[in-house]
Design a protein around this ligand. Structure first.
Ligand SMILES: [Zn+2]
Length: 142
């Protein structure tokens, strides 16, 4: 299964969405289910994660399907594009420095610090622009 198939299935395969993901081609991004041990160890609020080579989702999130899964996949595809733009080191440096700055200098709690990560803000913003009912519940990325 790939991210392009899931965009189609959720009604989100639209040209204006694909433009925001360029140069990533959603069909080239495999979608995999977390191994069981990851499913157990991850905090429950994490539904998906993007690595440079794939989007990983919980089995329960994949089973839900529909717009909710589509929103999750779109969010993760934005991260796939960000990995491509920044490279592995650049992405991780950007992501972690935003988070740690908020936690240490801003004395924010985890959830607020997570939301202050600019790469997350962009992903949530793109989802909200195409899915106005987005509640922002999503994922984290590692
Ligand atoms: Zn994210």
């Amino acid at each position: 299964m790939n991210a392009g198939e899931l965009l189609v299935a959720s009604g989100l395969d639209r040209p204006e969405i694909r433009v925001r993901l360029q140069p990533v081609w959603p069909e080239s991004i495999p979608v995999k289910v977390f191994p069981h041990w990851v499913d157990i160890l991850l905090p429950t609020w994490i539904e998906a994660m993007t690595t440079p080579s794939a989007i990983w989702v919980r089995a329960r999130s994949l089973a839900l399907g529909g717009k909710r899964l589509g929103r999750l996949i779109l969010h993760e595809l934005v991260h796939a594009r960000q990995w491509r733009e920044h490279g592995v080191i650049g992405f991780l440096r950007h992501y972690l420095s935003d988070y740690l700055r908020a936690r240490i200098r801003g004395r924010q709690k985890h959830r607020a610090a997570y939301r202050s990560i600019s790469l997350e803000a962009e992903a949530y913003g793109i989802c909200a622009s195409f899915l106005p009912d987005s509640r922002g519940r999503g994922d984290t990325t590692g």
